[in-house]
Design a protein around this ligand. Structure first.
Ligand SMILES: C=C(O[C@H]1C=CC=C(C(=O)O)[C@@H]1O)C(=O)O
Length: 456
């Protein structure tokens, strides 16, 4: 294949992607990720969906796709033209195997930056050098190489074999899920509550109907945070969420999000409306009671309905046969219950996964309503560099299948420090104190995974 690739590169006068897929016995994706730093220091990606349909771990990077302006389309176009002369061998006909890009997008590329996210591009997806896809007891290893016309076949082949053997030899690494002692620093909580108060007042008098305001907390550990350990903990504690991790330099952005943005599998498209929150009950009875309160709460229903309206409209523009249930149901995670409305559709002619991401982001679950005004309001009053928090993160394969989640319940690890982010939808009758309590609840999944739950 490499020989074929080099010949093709000569003929076309361009680099050629050679992608070889091997079926492998079940390899634990967490161990595979943890084995990465030996060779692939700071260059790892992780994705898994709540159904465990697709877990993808990427090590290294043979090509980066980064864009600022028109970021979704630019990456889409570059990916398509890059794939034009690619050679893919051994890939089964299932999504997420063979050439796959993994990555994400900042919430708002035009927002002022604090420096916290310096290593992260506004839009950045990577094609890993080695990628493990696992689904139940099945696994596939995709090895990607880019060859050029003047490459030496023997040298390229030897390099690939060494990497391949090296990683498989290491992938039995045992990861301890022990957590460290951590301390928490709140960042301007009073100022945030004040901002919520004035945002709600503006909503009562202006044309904005909802704005999502987020805040951050800083966490300090006695030793460097480990993204593999944190992912393992998230897997144990938040098994019904999407898990994701993206390393850039010494930083790693990771989290456990319950919220799908959009998934495409063949012509089938799925999205999710998730907004409106309440805590879990301590007993099954109080839990059911709280769920009932949430389903019937006026403020939460407004927050949720605005998300449904917007997603329905966006999906109807891009897809056919859009189905949206008329009433929300409950989605329960270990710390929180949400109002949840699933959306199913068929991809329209000429649409694509990244086009749908562009059309949907940010939904009123992360930005507000109307969309543009809400994003402007966030920029004006929030005083937070969201970076990739609340942006779309996910993957897209060479056949256009893939999935994006919304990067909430997340944090940025940086050595022995971590910054965690959480926000909530503000509407006309939002109360700053209860919104503050809601953000505390939304920090808990990440805090528990990092080192305990002393944030009460
Ligand atoms: C913005 C966040 O959550 C969103 C998703 C679900 C429920 C939400 C809410 O009830 O406010 C938020 O819209 C976050 O967790 O940081």
């Amino acid at each position: 294949m490499l020989h074929q690739g080099i010949r093709k590169a000569e003929k076309r006068g361009t680099s050629v992607l050679v992608s070889q897929v091997l079926s492998v016995a079940a390899v634990d994706p967490f161990s595979f990720y943890a084995a990465g730093p030996n060779k692939y220091d700071n260059d790892r990606t992780f994705w898994s969906d709540p159904e465990n349909d697709t877990t993808i771990v990427g090590l290294g990077c043979v090509k980066q796709f980064q864009a600022y302006k028109d970021r979704f389309r630019t990456i889409e176009n570059e990916w398509q033209s890059f794939l034009q002369f690619s050679i893919v061998d051994g890939a089964p006909s299932r999504p997420g195997v063979g050439p796959v890009l993994l990555g994400g997008f900042a919430f708002d590329p035009t927002a002022p930056e604090s420096g916290d996210w310096d290593h992260f591009p506004e839009g950045g997806m990577v094609l890993p050098e080695l990628m493990l896809t696992s689904a139940g007891s099945q696994g596939w290893l995709t090895i990607n190489a880019i060859v050029n016309e003047d490459d030496d076949l023997e040298a390229v082949a030897e390099d690939l074999l060494l990497k391949h053997h090296g990683i498989l030899a290491h992938s039995s690494t045992d990861i301890s899920s022990k957590v460290d002692a951590i301390s928490i620093e709140e960042i301007r909580p009073q100022e945030w509550k004040e901002t919520v108060r004035s945002a709600a007042a503006n909503i009562r008098t202006g044309k904005l109907e909802k704005v999502v305001l987020a805040r951050e907390i800083r966490v300090q550990s006695s030793r460097s945070f480990s993204s593999s350990r944190t992912l393992m903990n998230l897997k144990k504690q938040q098994s019904d969420s999407y898990l994701f991790a993206f390393e850039y330099g010494k930083q790693c952005f990771l989290g456990a999000s319950p919220e799908r943005l959009v998934k495409r599998e063949g012509q089938q498209v799925y999205s999710t409306c998730l907004a409106g929150s309440i805590q879990r009950g301590e007993t099954p009875e109080t839990d059911i009671e709280l769920g009932y309160i949430l389903l019937n709460d006026h403020k939460n229903r407004i927050e949720h309905d605005l998300v449904v309206q917007m997603i329905r409209r966006a999906m109807e523009e891009e897809c056919d046969f859009v189905q949206v249930p008329s009433e929300p149901e409950l989605l329960k995670t270990p710390h929180i219950q949400h109002l949840f409305t699933p959306v199913v559709a068929r991809a329209g002619v000429g649409t694509s996964l990244l086009r749908m991401v562009e059309r949907l982001h940010p939904t009123p679950a992360l930005g507000g309503y109307p969309q543009e005004e809400a994003v402007e309001e966030i920029k004006r009053i929030e005083n937070l560099d969201r970076g990739w928090y609340a942006g779309p993160v996910g993957w897209i394969d060479y056949q256009g299948n893939g999935e994006f989640a919304v990067a909430i319940r997340s944090g940025l690890l940086n050595g022995d420090q971590a910054t965690l982010y959480a926000g909530c939808g503000i509407v006309a009758d939002s109360d700053p104190e209860s919104e503050y309590e809601e953000t505390k609840m939304k920090f808990k999944p990440m805090l528990t995974a990092l080192g305990g739950n002393q944030y009460d």
